[in-house]
Design a protein around this ligand. Structure first.
Ligand SMILES: [Zn+2]
Length: 294
């Protein structure tokens, strides 16, 4: 359904399991561009943010933005976003089920069953009393995504999930008719629950592949909508010079004459260039200058 470049396909044998683990390790320990050889995390993060922004806003020859999320990134990002709903202090996992039409038909994250209070059941991993651990109660993300489905069934669908499914979830995946599992991490590959899961999935013919994120971070910034360039409306027409005292700049701009108008146009060009370059700080300052003139 999607370009294979985003996936590392695994085979359910020991050799490929080892290979797969190696791939996972390499991915997790891939040197981050954010560090950039500096110990100043604040500075490097700012540089990374600007780099991210520039990549996101890059355009092709027709002006189409190139930094958009590809479908697999989009679905996996939804998994990670959903996981942020989880109250589990250690492991937050999200899952997203997608049909062949690229429609999302189910989303879930790990949490307590419906009607069972998050505040009354235990979230701890260890206790002398097993009944006081989360394992007895938590529904995994895959289960919730399947149970939350908004379609008649999930037969033939793909499930995106951050962590390779455990054996209990594998049973649900198989029984629900899901035909493909896309995951990010296989960090529990040595656990019996994962080994059993792979055994079941292989026997049932469910395809499993590891997602290789083309970018390391997908940032949600609620302030981005207020950026000057973030509008679907055409540029505003020049203001009429009805109020000379207050509209000097606009009038000069509309006529293309006068120092203020020229400065305004130059500032707009600068702003456009700064946005293209991903200079968020510069763009904000330039936007403020234009607002002051107007
Ligand atoms: Zn599970």
């Amino acid at each position: 359904m999607f370009p294979e470049t985003y996936y590392t396909y695994i085979k359910m044998d020991k050799t490929s399991e080892e290979t797969n683990h190696k791939t996972s390790e390499e991915t997790n320990h891939k040197p981050s561009e954010e560090t950039n050889g500096t110990s100043d995390n604040c500075i490097s993060h700012t540089q990374a943010d600007q780099s991210d922004w520039a990549l996101q806003m890059a355009q092709d020859a027709n002006g189409k933005r190139m930094g958009y999320l590809e479908w697999p990134e989009y679905f996996m990002s939804i998994c990670f976003l959903s996981a942020m709903r989880s109250k589990d202090p250690v492991t937050q996992v999200g899952a997203c089920i997608v049909n062949d039409d690229r429609k999302i038909v189910g989303i879930g994250y790990n949490g307590m069953p419906l009607g069972c209070s998050d505040d009354k059941l235990p979230w701890r991993k260890e206790s002398s009393n097993p009944l006081e651990t989360k394992y007895m109660y938590v529904c995994h993300a895959e289960m919730n995504a399947i149970m939350n489905k908004n379609s008649a069934d999930v037969k033939g669908c793909t499930i995106y999930v951050a962590l390779f499914p455990c054996n209990e979830c594998a049973k649900l995946i198989i029984q629900s008719g899901i035909r493909k599992v896309v995951y990010v991490s296989d960090k529990h590959h040595l656990k019996n629950s994962t080994i059993a899961s792979k055994r079941l999935l292989q026997m049932a013919g469910v395809e499993c592949c590891q997602f290789k994120p083309p970018r390391r971070r997908v940032v949600i910034d609620f302030d981005v909508i207020n950026c000057t360039s973030m509008t679907q409306l055409p540029d505003s027409p020049p203001r009429a010079s009805a109020a000379p005292s207050a509209g000097t700049a606009a009038a000069a701009s509309s006529e293309g004459e006068g120092d203020t108008g020229r400065l305004l146009e130059a500032a707009r060009r600068d702003l456009s260039q700064l946005i293209t370059n991903g200079d968020v700080t510069g763009a904000t300052a330039a936007g403020t200058e234009i607002a002051d003139v107007l």
